[in-house]
Write a protein that binds this ligand. Structure first.
Ligand SMILES: Cc1cc2nc3c(=O)[nH]c(=O)nc-3n(C[C@H](O)[C@H](O)[C@H](O)COP(=O)(O)O)c2cc1C
Length: 197
């Protein structure tokens, strides 16, 4: 263990895909959102918008739409994402790409901004580390827009008053991990990824 709480969180955080069926405490959610608001952003523009959904029915429907619109190579025996907490690429029987997380934050950014994705990722990492420090599990999901890729999804965007010049880069799932699922084993780090130039 490092002698520094931030470094401890960085080492401890893992993607959680198995959640308890209880909602986050509101003050913890507020702290996580605050961490997102204080993330670095290109030019200090603070363009990132966070849509917090704790509506079980909406999350279930959007998670299913996302699952139906996620197209990538499925895992093989030697090439998988997580054996302990399978992702939708590991297990074709998972129908909800949000893994029944009680809180789903969709991160929207301006469509025409060069650094939009970086801003989203910086905010999400801040939030994931904040979550870990509070004992809350998280998982980052890319291609946030594919949760809205049908009529129901479009209606939700309208209902949430999301500006039409913004799009969803990612979802951040939040919830309490079941005790037995709180800390999946990280993959061994690949070698030779640092160049001391
Ligand atoms: C850009 C990006 C996209 C991701 N998309 C998904 C996703 O769609 N579904 C999912 O279950 N996990 C997704 N993840 C989580 C990764 O699978 C996870 O971070 C990786 O397997 C390493 O595991 P760890 O987070 O526990 O260290 C994504 C992570 C990143 C950074």
């Amino acid at each position: 263990m490092a002698e520094n709480e931030v470094l401890n969180c960085i080492m401890h955080r893992r993607s959680i895909r198995r959640f308890e069926d209880r909602q986050l405490e509101e003050n913890q959610l507020q702290q996580i959102l605050e961490a997102g608001l204080y993330a670095p952003s290109a030019g200090g523009r603070q363009g990132v918008i966070f849509a917090v959904s704790q509506n079980k029915e909406v999350n279930e429907k959007l998670g299913r739409i996302k699952r139906a619109n996620s197209h990538y190579r499925m895992a093989t025996a030697g090439n998988y994402i997580s054996k302990e907490q399978p992702s939708i690429a590991d297990d074709a029987s998972i129908t909800n790409a949000f893994y029944d997380a009680p809180t789903v934050i969709t991160i929207f950014v301006p469509k025409d901004f060069l650094f939009a994705k970086e801003d989203c990722a910086a905010a999400a990492e801040n939030m994931m580390l904040a979550a870990d420090s509070l004992g809350i599990g998280s998982c980052y999901l890319g291609e946030g827009y594919n949760a809205f890729a049908d009529q129901y999804g479009q209606e939700i965007l309208h209902k949430w008053n999301v500006r039409t010049d913004y799009y969803a880069v990612a979802q951040l799932l939040l919830g309490y991990a079941r005790p037995q699922d709180a800390h999946p084993t990280p993959k061994v780090r690949k070698e030779n990824r640092i160049i001391r130039a």
